[in-house]
Design a protein around this ligand. Structure first.
Ligand SMILES: [Zn+2]
Length: 248
């Protein structure tokens, strides 16, 4: 079991995961430089163009997406279909399919099984973490024949324990999910929730042995990223894409 931290690097305006990219995939996180990617205040067609341009830049036709609902549904996608199926995690065993998860504070969890070539991505905010969407994704890969111990996972840029608090009602729901170890009361009515550690523990509990944590906070991490918590006074914010794909 090894947890590696702080290894992500910025290249050509994209944050990249060196651990995952050791396994013949392209994997990382877009920045504001590529424009907003989905589900924010920006126009739908502008975000579709941004996704297409980004995919083409990496040598893919399109980004395979799901309609994220802060749940724990997992979808297998072997192409970029529309309308997007509902889910908060997706996986494929196909080369040439670029998987994308939109996030602007929520945790993008990217995985590869180097043995089978299966890849996956999950979207985990406080609700997805509470509902253990990372474990649902690993279980889907294991159900398809992967060994959990061969899966390599990376926790991408997202809001860190430095900046993320939730209210009492949400904290109670997290406690009820058995993850109180990752909560810390910082003031009356404000509880810090360490989404990074909670998701590492979820992966580790299922037997994933190689886990990287970018430890890049979307709000305070010093990169040019949108943060929902850090949105402008007028409420404007965009989203990045956590991405993983194997070129065909
Ligand atoms: Zn922070």
């Amino acid at each position: 079991m090894s947890v590696i931290t702080s290894t992500w690097v910025e290249r050509d305006g994209l944050l990249r995961s060196p651990l995952l990219e050791r396994h013949r995939v392209l994997a990382g996180f877009t920045t504001r430089a590529q424009g907003s990617m989905a589900g924010s205040v920006f126009p739908v067609d502008e975000q579709a163009r941004n996704r297409e341009k980004f995919a083409h830049g990496l040598g893919f036709e399109a980004v395979a997406r799901v309609r994220q609902v802060h749940g724990n549904g997992v979808v297998r996608l072997d192409s970029a279909i529309e309308p997007w199926p509902e889910g908060d995690a997706l996986w494929t065993d196909r080369a040439g399919v670029l998987l994308g998860i939109a996030a602007a504070d929520c945790v993008p969890i990217l995985v590869v099984d180097p043995v089978s070539g299966r890849i996956g991505a999950a979207h985990a905010g406080w609700q997805g973490t509470r509902l253990r969407v990372a474990q649902a994704l690993v279980r889907a890969l294991v159900g398809a024949g992967s060994r959990a111990s061969s899966i390599v996972a990376s926790i991408g840029p997202s809001i860190g324990p430095c900046c993320y608090t939730i209210d009492g009602a949400r904290a109670d729901l997290v406690r009820a999910s058995g993850q109180s170890a990752y909560l810390r009361e910082v003031s009356t009515g404000a509880t810090a929730f360490d989404l990074w550690s909670a998701n590492v523990a979820q992966l580790r509990d299922l037997g994933v042995e190689s886990i990287e944590v970018s430890r890049i906070c979307t709000l305070s991490g010093g990169h040019d990223l949108w943060s929902y918590r850090g949105r402008d006074a007028d409420g404007r914010y965009g989203t990045q894409l956590g991405f993983i794909g194997r070129q065909g």
